[in-house]
Every structure is written in C-alpha cells, then in structure tokens.
Design a protein around this ligand. Structure first.
Ligand SMILES: Nc1ncnc2c1ncn2[C@@H]1O[C@H](COP(=O)(O)OP(=O)(O)OP(=O)(O)O)[C@@H](O)[C@H]1O
Length: 305
C-alpha cells in the first residue's frame, strides 16, 4: 500500500495563530481519503503545505516521498483545486485550460477533452466571470487534471454543486480511485462524504484527532436513535429502560425517542407490554456524532482503523 501523501510533524504558525500543530497522517494510492474537520481546523493550510504554496514552520509534507519542488513537472504528480478563482474572469474557459495545459506540457486537444470530461463543452467559449460556483468548480477541476496527475487534492469540492453535480463528481472520483490514483479531499460535512471515502483523517483545532478506515469510524461514532409513536410513551419508555435501552425524550403526547436498542426489540417490548405502536423509525445521527467527536477532541484521539 503506497503512501502517496505523507505529513510528518507538520506545523504551521501564522504569527500567534497555530493553523496546524504537529500533524502526522497519510493518504494511500488507490483510495479516496476524506480530510474532515470543522471550519478553521487547518485543512486548507495542510493542503497548501503539500502544494508548496506555503512553507511549514516545522515538519514535512511529502508527495510520493519528495517535496513538491523536487518533482520536475509537479502537475504530473499532483493536481489540486484549492480555490475556484483559478481562472481570470475575462478569459474564456477553453483558453484558461489551454494555458494550464501548455504549462504542464500536455498534448494538443487535451483542453477540449478535459472540458468535455467535466461537462463544460457547451460553455467552453464563455468568459469565466459569468460562471456559477458549480461551473467554476468544474473548470478548476479540469485545470487540476491537465497533467493527468497521480494524486488529486480537492478543498471542499462539493461546495456550489447541485445534487446532480455531486453525483457526477463522486462517480468521477471513484473512477480515479479505481485507476489507482490517490484522492484526498476536504470537507466539514461527514454526511456528504460518507458514501464516497475509503479512509479518513479527522482534524479539529489544528490537531489530527483520528485517522483510519472510514468504515470503522462510522461504526464507532454513528449513533442510532429509534423514534416510536405509540399510545403510551411513558409506559413504553419505562419498559425499554428496564430492558437496557435509554430514553432520550418524549415528543408531544405520542412520540418517544430511544437509543441503545434495536427497532425489533422495541416492537417486542411494546407487544409484551400491550402498547399499540403507530410508527417506528430508525435514525442514524452520523452528523451529530461527527460534530461531537470534533468538538470533544479527546473523544477520538489516536487511530480509529
Ligand atoms: N494566511 C494566514 N494568516 C493568518 N492566519 C491564517 C492564515 N491562513 C489560515 N489562517 C488561520 O489558520 C487556521 C486554520 O485555517 P484553515 O483555512 O487551514 O482551516 P480550514 O480547516 O481549511 O477551514 P475552512 O474550511 O474554513 O477553510 C484558522 O484559524 C485561520 O484563520
């Protein structure tokens, strides 16, 4: 398993602000790694350090074993979208990609095929200043891909995309993963990534607080709630507590929320207690679990996988 991005003891200070503190993590080839953390956690800073856009205060950020400036044509190794303002507003989309392709030493016709790949062929001749945020995300991605890079780094790539755009981007990233590339993407929303990522690195307040397989993180931190509508929530709540479940609350006169118990068990307890159930729903509160995990850093210190 080849580690294509590797941060070791990576620290960045901006005057008194510690943007990244002693961060050690990696991303492997043939996998999609989600870099997750709340706003201001230090995700963009880490990405900038890998790309050589800023210098670390201490520690190293290596791309396939070397710093970015040690690669003769970095665009062939790594392509990134950190900012969707990557093309001049008065320039046509096709010219922006042609210019980037020329810098990366890409062949003729590459710009057209990249615009096609990101679904912008119809607007190739339009000026970038008129593009929506979603269109700029697509254009920035085309520019990042000019060198046919082995590693793709994207900062909050779902921002500005509509549901169709998100589905399209996820399919493209899975294709890249299956080609053996390394995909590293940041987000502050675990929910938008949970069906996409293989691995994750979680950051909060400049520190890495967890890393490992996405599956084990989701299993460990996902909380299940069962919401049940019945004709006697108090009695059902008492019976569920007795059976080892935990009552979270009663909403209105008929709805009870419980955790630590399966819906099947809730049904059996209600039957045995002669309580009529009108509705039963299982809710997965992954988003809440992630928010708690990053708010309380001690909760997920160390390896998750
Ligand atoms: N050039 C800079 N000068 C001063 N402080 C900075 C600079 N860049 C980032 N910071 C600070 O470093 C911290 C981490 O910022 P960073 O942009 O890396 O976070 P992030 O996780 O990418 O958040 P977001 O999703 O909001 O972009 C923040 O407190 C930010 O204000």
């Amino acid at each position: 398993m080849k580690q294509m991005l590797k941060a070791e003891g990576l620290t960045k200070r901006y005057g008194p602000v510690v943007a990244l503190s002693n961060a050690t993590f990696s991303a492997r080839a043939g996998a999609i790694t989600g870099f997750l953390g709340p706003n201001g956690a230090g995700k963009s800073t880490a990405m900038r350090l890998f790309l050589g856009l800023d210098r670390p205060t201490s520690g190293t950020a290596l791309i396939d074993g070397k710093r970015i400036d040690e690669w003769p044509i970095p665009a062939r190794k790594i392509g990134a979208v950190l900012d969707t303002q990557c093309a001049h507003p008065s320039r046509r989309a096709i010219d922006s990609v042609r210019w980037a392709a020329k810098l990366a030493g890409a062949g003729q016709g590459q710009a057209e095929s990249l615009l096609d790949r990101v679904g912008l062929t119809d607007v190739a001749g339009q000026r970038v200043g008129r593009f929506s945020l979603g269109m700029r995300q697509r254009l920035a991605l085309a520019i990042a891909l000019v060198g046919n890079p082995e590693i793709v780094v994207l900062d909050e790539p779902m921002n500005g995309l509509d549901p169709d755009g998100i589905a399209w981007l996820k399919a493209l990233l899975r294709q890249f993963r299956d080609q053996g590339r390394t995909i590293f993407l940041s987000s502050h929303l675990l929910a938008e990534m949970e069906d996409l990522i293989d691995d994750l690195v979680v950051i909060a307040q400049s520190k890495i607080v967890g890393a490992g397989s996405a599956e084990s993180f989701i299993k460990r931190f996902q909380s299940h709630t069962v919401s049940v509508e019945c004709d006697n929530p108090e009695a059902l709540g008492a019976a569920i507590s007795k059976a080892g479940g935990r009552v979270l609350g009663v909403v209105g006169s008929q709805r009870l929320q419980v955790t630590g118990i399966t819906p099947v068990m809730v049904g059996q307890i209600a039957r045995d207690s002669r309580i009529a159930i009108f509705g039963l729903k299982e809710e997965h509160n992954l988003q809440r679990a992630f928010a708690q995990a990053t708010a309380d850093k001690t909760g997920i210190r160390g390896e998750v996988g």
